[in-house]
Design a protein around this ligand. Structure first.
Ligand SMILES: Cc1cc2nc3c(=O)[nH]c(=O)nc-3n(C[C@H](O)[C@H](O)[C@H](O)COP(=O)(O)OP(=O)(O)OC[C@H]3O[C@@H](n4cnc5c(N)ncnc54)[C@H](O)[C@@H]3O)c2cc1C
Length: 291
């Protein structure tokens, strides 16, 4: 059994990280990897007793919402700022694991695991989230899409921690939507997932759209050609969505794995695009883009 250290301050945490120790947040991924002997750390640095607010709070900083990496999924789902500004993230976290996993697991842990099936990742991609990485020599920010470099791989330097996640408010998108296809409703890893943000004109034509896909490629996939195809489409015009569904099936190169083959994923990707016009999609609750 590894030793567990409980730092009280951010400085102590960064010292321990610089010494090469492994961070333990909720442990829902880490303990699975330890049990499978994928990793065997000598020491775990547990975040539970840290007094640092930055890692634990959700704050409104004006144009952005800042989320501490150690905030659990359950706390995010209940947070009024996240509910108001990022319904797409709430919808995704609602599907993650089970109540027990959501109570223990953190947003930072989900990002650091960097699984193509990580449920928070497609919403964070469409929301243009940035990660803040902290080390003894200061902190730096970069876009999440640059930070995640492959399955299980990130741009974190060994002496750094993932400190906070910064998400711009999204006044230009009216509708938020997340859908996950799995073998069952809970405790299910995504066979495919899609996050969508849609901005509408006064007569409900699409004037802005962002799509991101989980479990489709080796990292989160985007689909700029399909987004282009959707521009100008009236929300109540199935013909436009049928064309976009055909486009996504051409545009993507899905993976095949134990959960599903590439052809199945290609078919389902088109179906998820078709579902966008079948609603109801969740409107933003307040703000200039509200419908
Ligand atoms: C039964 C079960 C069901 C699950 N279902 C889902 C699901 O449906 N969808 C889904 O996306 N995931 C699922 N997961 C995976 C997991 O619960 C999530 O990825 C969770 O968000 C991980 O967070 P954690 O806090 O538990 O991370 P931990 O396990 O504590 O850490 C994960 C990794 O990140 C590192 N780390 C954590 N925080 C930091 C930090 N701040 N800075 C640097 N490194 C850090 C750790 O060292 C470790 O390497 C499931 C897991 C289990 C066991």
């Amino acid at each position: 059994m590894p030793a567990v250290i409980l730092p009280q301050t951010l400085d102590e945490l960064l010292d321990l990280k610089a010494q090469g120790h492994t961070i333990l947040a909720g442990g829902t991924d880490l303990f699975v990897h330890m049990r499978n002997k994928k990793i065997q750390p000598q020491t775990l640095v547990c975040l539970d007793q840290l007094k640092d607010k930055g890692l634990r709070e959700v704050a409104d900083t004006g144009d952005e919402i800042c989320i501490g990496a150690a905030v659990t999924h359950s706390r995010l789902i209940q947070n009024p700022l996240v509910q108001q500004h990022f319904p797409v993230l709430i919808q995704a976290l609602d599907t993650l694991g089970s109540p027990q996993i959501r109570n223990m697991g953190t947003l930072g842990g989900n990002i650091m695991t960097a699984s193509p099936a990580g449920d928070s990742l497609p919403p964070l991609y469409v929301l243009d989230a940035q990660v803040e990485l902290a080390g003894k020599n200061g902190s730096r920010r970069m876009s999440l899409s640059r930070f995640i470099t492959g399955p299980g791989a990130t741009g974190l330097n060994p002496e750094e921690i993932l400190y906070r996640i910064w998400i711009p408010k999204q006044p230009s998108y009216d509708l938020h939507h997340f859908e996950k296809v799995g073998h069952r409703k809970s405790l299910s890893i995504a066979i495919l997932s899609m996050a969508a943000l849609i901005g509408l004109t006064g007569d409900r034509k699409i004037r802005a759209v962002r799509l991101a896909w989980g479990s489709l490629g080796k990292t989160i996939a985007t689909s700029p050609e399909t987004e282009k195809r959707l521009m100008g489409t009236p929300m109540d015009d199935p013909a436009g969505f049928i064309l976009a569904a055909a486009r996504i099936r051409e545009e993507v190169s899905p993976i095949s794995d134990v959960r599903a083959g590439a052809d199945y994923r290609r078919q389902v990707a088109g179906n998820l695009v078709l579902r966008l016009c079948q609603g109801p999609l969740e409107p933003l609750k307040q703000g200039p883009g509200a419908v």
